[in-house]
Design a protein. Sequence first.
Length: 251
Amino acid sequence: MSDGTPADLFFDAAIGILQRVRDEEAPAIAAAGTLLADTVAAGGRLFAFGAGHSSLAAQDVVYRAGGLALMNLLPAPGLVGVDVMPATLGSRLERVDGLATAVLDTSPLRAGDTLVIISLSGRNALPVEMAVSARSRGANVIGVTSVAYAAQTASRHSSGTFLKDHCDIVLDSKIAIGDAELTLDTIPAPFAPASTVVTSALLQAVLATTAATLADRGIEPPLLRSGNVDGGIEWNARVFEEYGDRIFYQH
């Protein structure tokens, strides 16, 4: 590790990855934002899914001030964040065949909807099966993953494929394998993961594109306002009433 405090070095690393994503993923970000806008304009619904820490980025775009009201979390038992006990069970569940199909079977996802699937490695059975099953139902799939894993690790899905192989659009987070940006001679393992920072920023860039694209088409983006500013609660109530048939986190 070069000169600078660990905090400085982490910020530098995260900023560097964000700059790469901004520059190298610009076409994919534009395409993903346009696909979400197309879905909204056509009356479709939006869903986001992630397991474990990947769920944090999914939750970040659901029921969020300044975000699209139509983005719904697609939950799976034991996989939303690290709330399952023991936490290691969540990692095991990501490798279970059939779980993703069972989740979709009991979800409101239908043809014409768009599902954002977040998986850093994209190698486990769950995200691969989720993408395959969603597309078989006529849904669009946007995958958010680190493409590097597909070149340097083996798939844990029976097909031998990765999440990136079953998406309409792939957003590459550029996160290095192992998700740890720093090393130090006095610490035996690499540390300081940046995937949550980068993935959340990547998704917010996509949704910003969606909002602007809808506005360019003369469609008011169904955005939420903070309930902690005057008029925010009333604004959101109007949005919920207008789009209630496409918002599932209220029920």
